[in-house]
Design a protein around this ligand. Structure first.
Ligand SMILES: Nc1nc2c(c(=O)[nH]1)N[C@H]1C(S)=C(S)[C@@H](COP(=O)(O)OP(=O)(O)OC[C@H]3O[C@@H](n4cnc5c(N)ncnc54)[C@H](O)[C@@H]3O)O[C@H]1N2
Ligand code: MOO
Length: 390
């Protein structure tokens, strides 16, 4: 059995970044920027009024001053000219400021009569001018790699960028294995159950930005598993679920190897997740997860998601563990790192009463995994522990 960290290193070695593709900005949200992008010009490109009012030279901006309104500037329509002594310009929010003006008086602070403008006795302070380049200057860079969120997409649009290079989305083929399984909605036989974790794994992969495909359930025969692998071979990542352990019907490893899988490792010191396996299979990576519903999902968080992030160009990063206060005493841990289903409330984490790796209702109630390292000594309530929000 290798450690979780060793398993992750093997998996990262199997998961180089995918190539990049050029997509319209509208399709870029959630994708990973593959090449840095630079602003084409300053934003705003000109000094602009931030209010509706009157632009003037600040030497005139005193209560009771009387000025002559010589024209008008609106957003998208500059006034061509230069303000002289005693002159003011009607100006609206977003309009370019004319030369000769360095202050805008809001319209609430003036009295206007025809072209004559009188400043009121109480003037709001501030210039109400946004200088050219206040947001960013031409050449301002958004660096890569970076997962593009809504604010990034808005920034890129403001930078004038219509298309961006993003890493291609990894494709994931998910294969449930087992004679006992039927799809949700199908009528199970008396000895059968519904395939469940494959739907959770597909959702996890998609939420991370991958394209997931659930293949037909493979039965516990060489022929059925072989045909499932052949359907999956164009994927970047082939995820099998079940058939990973040591029973007579656990054929996944043997069939995968007969299909050319070069095994990187088998079995890890982790609970749940012990019979994890992985290797290269042609152009794809094969990740063989244990069948127990929670084991597969926990391995999805700890291994599949970091692999997908690496394939998307985000680097070889372990999951982002955080710290929390332990809400209850825990006994010493055994030789496998334990990823306990737990709830974190106000910074205090409490493990679920049952850690049976088949209980999806417990997983669905959990909002974190509480990580106990292999051979961790007993821990007392109040100690700081590692968690992974899920
Ligand atoms: N003698 C030993 N037995 C087992 C060991 C061991 O070390 N020695 N390891 C145990 C551990 S730990 C795990 S985890 C399981 C994993 O076994 P498999 O990966 O071979 O999984 P299966 O036997 O196919 O299934 C286990 C369990 O999960 C159900 N299952 C399978 N696939 C799905 C699915 N897609 N959706 C929902 N449920 C699924 C299946 O019906 C079984 O109940 O092995 C232990 N045994
Ligand atoms: O490791 Mo198994 O994955 O305990 O249930």
């Amino acid at each position: 059995m290798i450690s979780v960290d060793e398993a992750l290193s093997h998996l990262f070695a199997l998961s180089p970044p995918r190539e990049a593709e050029l997509v319209p900005l509208r399709a870029a949200a959630g994708r990973v920027l593959a090449k840095p992008v630079s602003a084409l010009r300053d934003q705003p490109p000109f000094a602009a009024s931030t209010m509706d009012g009157y632009a003037l030279g600040s030497s005139h901006a005193h209560p009771g001053a009387v000025l002559n309104v010589v024209g008008e500037a609106a957003a998208g329509h500059r006034w061509e000219g230069r303000l002289g002594t005693g002159e003011a310009l009607r100006i609206f929010t977003g309009a370019p400021l004319p030369p000769g003006a360095d202050r805008v008086i809001i319209q609430e602070d003036v009295t206007r009569s025809s072209s004559q403008l009188t400043l009121n006795s109480d003037l709001e302070s501030g210039t109400h001018i946004r200088p050219a380049g206040a947001d960013f200057k031409a050449g301002h860079e958004v660096s890569a790699p970076r997962r593009l969120g809504p604010s990034d997409v808005a920034l890129l649009a403001a930078m004038g960028i219509g298309e961006v290079w993003v890493t291609c989305q990894p494709t994931v083929a998910i294969i449930a294995t087992g004679d006992e399984l039927v799809m949700p909605g199908e009528a199970p036989g008396p000895d059968q159950i519904t395939a469940s974790n494959i739907f959770g794994l597909a959702a996890l992969a998609e939420a991370e930005g991958a394209k997931a495909r659930i293949l037909p359930i493979a039965r516990d025969t060489e022929a059925s598993l072989k045909s499932a692998f052949s359907l999956a071979k164009d994927a970047d990542l082939i995820v099998t679920v079940g058939g990973a352990s040591v029973g007579d019907h656990d054929l996944v490893g043997a069939v995968a190897q007969a299909q050319g899988m070069e095994r990187a490792f088998y079995k890890i010191a982790m609970r749940p997740g012990k019979p994890l396996m992985a290797g290269r299979m042609g152009e794809a990576v094969m990740l063989g997860l244990p069948g127990n519903p929670v084991s597969a999902m926990v391995c999805g968080h700890i291994f599949m998601l970091p692999m997908l992030r690496a394939m998307m160009g985000l680097g070889a990063m372990a999951p982002s563990y955080q710290e929390a206060r332990l809400g209850t005493d825990l006994p010493a841990n055994g030789r496998r790192a334990h990823y306990m289903r737990a709830r974190v409330t106000n910074g205090t984490v409490t493990p679920a009463a049952s850690q049976d790796s088949a209980l999806l209702s417990v997983l669905a109630d959990a909002n974190a995994l509480l990580v106990r390292q292999a051979h961790a000594p007993a821990a007392l309530a109040g100690e700081t522990v590692q968690i992974l929000p899920i």
